[in-house]
Ligand binder design. Structure first.
Ligand SMILES: Nc1ncnc2c1ncn2[C@@H]1O[C@H](COP(=O)(O)OP(=O)(O)O)[C@@H](O)[C@H]1O
Ligand SMILES: [Mg+2]
Length: 264
């Protein structure tokens, strides 16, 4: 078994007051160790639901989620998560927000060691000098950087990101993409990232998976053929344009629309 994250034919239906809502109808995703997969799909198709299944916060009705050769049956500390709107604790400094997972997962680790680890990550994402600030003193991009540090501080086997840069402006987002690359080379992780930004997906991921409309199935998979470090210029070149065109076409199929000439 090669995949560190192995999502096998997962199905999930929510029981709501209004009746049954089938959300996932057979999603398959395999991520090898050190791999990073982006998942895109129409709004409401079940992407966040999928992250909750990987994190063990929800159980599938059918199919299985395996992490590191173990079946997921509940929340695990070996999973790190980050979301679109980082929930940072206002009464704690940035540093103490980042050390929080260590307080839960490694209570015996000396405080100095916890703080050292947090400082090292904060420096990696460009937040050196902001350790003692309160979250409200940070910009949106900086809060997201801090949140990323917090999700990685306990060296999780798996990182799950749900539209982490969705609330940021385009320029800040591109900065964060570059930071993510740096983080990935210094602090290797295996991850799944949900995004609605196709350019972001091809810049950061090894593979982009398009989910169909709800109830979602794995509709399409695109390998990103780029080796080594990626630069932003490449993202505006002809190769990227072709990949983005195909992904856009797949999203339109997922949305139940056929693509029209010149449709962007
Ligand atoms: N806890 C829940 N109970 C009932 N319905 C839910 C719940 N969470 C999400 N949904 C519904 O399931 C569908 C998929 O939601 P979600 O996974 O958040 O989609 P996405 O992240 O792709 O936008 C949506 O129609 C949403 O309203
Ligand atoms: Mg969502």
């Amino acid at each position: 078994m090669d995949a560190l994250i192995d999502i096998r034919d997962v199905k999930l239906t929510y029981e709501t007051k209004g009746g049954r809502l089938p959300v996932l109808d057979g999603v398959d995703i395999q991520v090898p160790e050190g791999g990073f997969v982006a998942v895109v799909g129409p709004s409401g198709c079940g992407k966040s639901t999928l992250t909750r299944l990987i994190a063990g916060l929800l159980e599938p009705d059918a199919g299985e989620v395996w992490l590191h050769g173990e079946r997921v049956t509940g929340p695990k500390s070996t999973v790190g998560m980050a979301f679109q709107n980082p929930v940072l604790l206002e009464w704690r400094s940035v540093l103490r927000n980042v050390t929080l997972p260590l307080e839960l997962v490694a209570p015996r680790m000396p405080k100095r060691e916890k703080e050292e680890r947090a400082r090292q990550l904060l420096a990696l994402v460009g937040l050196e000098g902001f350790e003692d600030k309160r979250p409200s003193e940070l910009s949106g991009g900086m809060r997201q950087r801090a949140s990323l540090c917090r999700s990685l501080v306990h060296k999780p086997d798996v990182l799950i990101l749900d539209e982490p840069f969705g609330a940021l402006d385009a320029f800040t987002r591109e900065d964060l993409w570059q930071t993510m690359q740096k983080v990935k080379s210094e602090e290797p992780f295996t991850g799944v990232m949900i995004t609605h930004d196709l350019r972001e997906s091809i810049f950061l991921a090894d593979e982009v998976i398009v989910l169909s409309g709800r109830p979602a199935v794995t509709q399409y998979t695109m390998e990103i053929p780029w080796e080594g470090e990626r630069d932003l210029d490449r993202l505006y070149g002809p190769e990227a344009t072709d990949m983005l065109g195909e992904l856009r076409r797949q999203i339109q199929i997922a949305q139940g629309r056929t693509s029209r000439e010149g449709d962007a």
